[in-house]
Design a protein around this ligand. Structure first.
Ligand SMILES: NC(=O)c1ccc[n+]([C@@H]2O[C@H](COP(=O)([O-])OP(=O)(O)OC[C@H]3O[C@@H](n4cnc5c(N)ncnc54)[C@H](OP(=O)(O)O)[C@@H]3O)[C@@H](O)[C@H]2O)c1
Length: 251
């Protein structure tokens, strides 16, 4: 009897933003499918306890406190994965925030933070993982965009700009890594129930966002299953883009 591989089992998967929401759900799902997961986020207590929980269920998991705005910390996360497990098969650049506000409120600190995490954080992940993957002549880089990478809504200009940038970076990356047998996937979710709306603090904006999420958001394993779908394809199949929404989300 031939047992089909899920092409996820034993893969070493680094996930940024693994302390909550989509990253946490993905760590749990991939671990349940046999992947080794290496978790990065700033809240060390959360990722340590998640790694402990997954190890308690028989999985392999490692946690490293990581701020993705610092390229050295992202490099240390990826280096830790390679030192501990010998390789990196998948880099999931997931960390992000969404402090929506109309531009006229001039929240320049929020703009900079959003750009630093959502764009530069993704670039730091690529920079850390790419040299290893080139050397391995194998690997898979998954970036997280959004429906906001395809549509700009009122009050979401900066967030949408960062998510458009993630789409552009992912397409450029896709073209450039062909010689190294590296796969690339950019995933654009609609409203998924996570802590993301909490990153909006502007009066009026936060309440509207919370109402929208309460009405439309679907569970975070929807995203985890999309990641697993892309990873589990045979090595000669490169799922480059996935866009999904809650069935009832119109925007
Ligand atoms: N939920 C949705 O509806 C939705 C839709 C489209 C796209 N997305 C995207 O999905 C990704 C994950 O968001 P989520 O929905 O899961 O929200 P979340 O629950 O708020 O999770 C965000 C994650 O990013 C991490 N993070 C934030 N700043 C960081 C930094 N400087 N360094 C390292 N990690 C940092 C957070 O960890 P720490 O605070 O512990 O560092 C947390 O683990 C984001 O890129 C978001 O834009 C989400």
């Amino acid at each position: 009897m031939t047992i089909m591989s899920n092409n996820i089992e034993s893969k070493v998967v680094v996930i940024t933003g693994a302390s909550s929401g989509l990253g946490e759900a993905t760590a749990r799902h991939l671990s349940s499918l046999g992947a080794t997961v290496v978790l990065g986020a700033r809240r060390a207590d959360r990722i340590n306890s998640l790694a402990g929980e997954l190890a308690g269920k028989g999985g392999k998991a490692l946690a490293r406190a990581t701020d993705v705005t610092d390229p050295q910390q992202v490099q240390a996360l990826v280096d830790a994965a390679v030192q501990e497990y010998g390789r990196i098969d998948v880099m999931i650049n997931n960390a992000g925030l969404m402090p929506h506000s109309p531009l006229e409120r001039l929240k320049i600190d929020d703009w900079n933070r959003t750009i630093d995490v959502n764009i530069k954080g993704v670039l730091h992940g690529i920079a850390a993982a790419l040299p290893y993957m080139k050397q391995q002549k194998a690997g898979h880089i998954v970036n997280v965009s959004s429906v906001a990478g395809h549509k700009v809504g009122h009050g979401s200009a900066v967030y949408a700009a960062t998510k458009h940038a993630v789409l552009a970076l992912s397409e450029g990356l896709r073209q450039e890594v062909k010689p190294y047998n590296i796969r690339t996937t950019v995933i654009s979710p609609g409203a998924v129930a996570t802590e993301l709306p909490d990153s909006a603090t502007e009066p009026g904006v936060a309440e509207n966002l919370r109402r929208f999420y309460d009405r439309y958001a679907i569970p975070a394993d929807s995203f985890a299953r999309a990641v697993a779908f892309a990873l589990s394809q045979p090595d000669d199949v490169d799922v480059n883009e996935i866009l999904f929404r809650p069935t009832r989300q119109e925007v």
